[in-house]
Design a protein around this ligand. Structure first.
Ligand code: NAD
Length: 351
């Protein structure tokens, strides 16, 4: 078992990572939760695969209710949130009870936001089941729902009591979603961990699964270390956005239909690095290393043939980019990243 601790001024919680951990989930929860009422929120795909098993592993000691939502980003909405509130209240939950977010990032963000706001806060734990959720969204306390005007516009910082990660659950994850998560794994290598980057490049598919516990651990270690330094995302946490400024703009341009988030970020990481390399800010050959890695994990790198003005417009109107200057995350070389403040009118050179 690998264990990390997220140490924050108001919160301190463990991240446990182990193949097969899911089978012992009841015991792990009993260590941190005394009351007997538990609500599990999951989506239809995860429920079909693991719904009966999670109930069995929790055992008969708990009084349980399972809430199942439709899979996909559309569920991260105010109307589904309202449905979850109603279902939880019907179960007569109190602030001493527990909510489990059991699923990918959609379930995690939505359930976390419901837990943060209902009755002014109910404890919750994350049992992430997608690669993206296991290495990224379940850690760091960002919880949110989307509005028709944009993604994650209503949200909060609310940390779970614990994160239980079982990489065995990834075996049932659709390949496209697995590679989608791999884009963020590659990102961690690019911004903070050259060894992780090199390892990822050397692994065969079989070896990647052999070492998946270690890979997840290293990603979680980077994320939790950055979050500890900058919980509220005003400084170093921005490094986690490497490739994201351009990635978000590409996703938005295609109305979230053509590229997954990871695919768009992959294009963003390569493109930005190619540009920063040409401007002499990044060691020569770095963009090619990223390109080779992205090809290995079935991710795109080439900028689609779209109107650059439209992309810049999407970046400039991003809710996160206010003011005359904006922050761009660049890398000096693999494993070493920095934040560059650039004037809005110069953004053209970086895209
Ligand atoms: N809070 C944060 O810090 C943070 C960070 C990054 C992303 N996010 C959010 O995460 C969301 C994306 O998360 P995601 O990629 O996990 O998407 P997702 O939750 O939609 O899961 C992807 C798909 O995989 C299925 N699935 C999940 N686990 C499975 C398993 N073990 N076996 C089979 N199928 C499984 C789901 O049903 C879904 O169809 C976005 O809403 C994004 O905004 C949040």
């Amino acid at each position: 078992m690998r264990r990390l601790n997220v140490n924050l001024p108001q919160n301190d919680y463990p991240i446990l990572i182990k193949k097969g951990l899911f089978n012992n989930i009841g015991e792990e929860i009993e260590k941190i939760h005394e009351n007997k009422k538990i609500v599990i929120v999951t989506d239809d795909n995860v429920e079909k695969l693991y719904g009966e098993r999670i109930k069995a592993h929790l055992g008969n000691d708990f009084k349980m209710k399972m809430i199942v939502i439709e899979p996909g980003e559309k569920s991260k909405s105010i109307s589904v949130l309202q449905y979850i509130y109603d279902e939880i209240l019907d179960f007569e939950i109190t602030r001493g009870d527990l909510i489990i977010a059991f699923g990918g990032g959609v379930v995690g963000d939505l359930t976390g936001f419901a837990a943060a706001t209902l009755l002014r806060g109910i404890p919750f734990i994350q049992v992430p089941t997608s690669l993206l959720a296991q290495i990224d969204s379940s850690i760091g306390g960002k919880v949110a729902v989307n509005l028709p005007k944009g993604k994650n516009l209503v949200g909060s910082f609310y940390h779970p009591k614990a994160v239980f990660i079982d990489p065995e659950l990834l075996h049932t994850l659709d390949k496209r979603f697995f590679y989608d998560g791999m884009a963020e794994v590659v990102k961690y290598g690019c911004i903070k961990d050259e060894k992780l980057f090199k390892d990822l490049f050397s692994y065969s598919e079989e070896e990647l699964f052999e070492h998946i516990e270690e890979v997840i651990y290293r990603c979680c270690y980077i994320k939790k270390s950055i979050v500890e330094k900058d919980e509220l995302d005003t400084g170093e946490r921005m490094l986690l956005n490497f490739g994201h400024t351009l990635g978000h703009a590409i996703e938005k341009y295609y109305k979230y239909e053509r590229y997954t988030h990871g695919e768009a970020v992959a294009i963003g990481m390569y493109r930005i690095t190619k540009k920063s390399e040409a401007m002499g800010m990044t060691e020569k050959g770095t963009a090619n290393l990223i390109k080779d890695m992205l090809c290995k994990y079935d991710l795109p790198y080439e900028m689609p043939d779209i109107d650059k003005e439209k992309i810049i417009e999407a970046i400039v109107f991003d809710k996160k980019n206010k003011g005359e200057y904006m922050n761009m995350v660049l890398i000096n070389k693999i494993g070493k990243s920095f934040i560059k403040k650039i004037h809005r009118k110069n953004i053209f050179s970086y895209i």
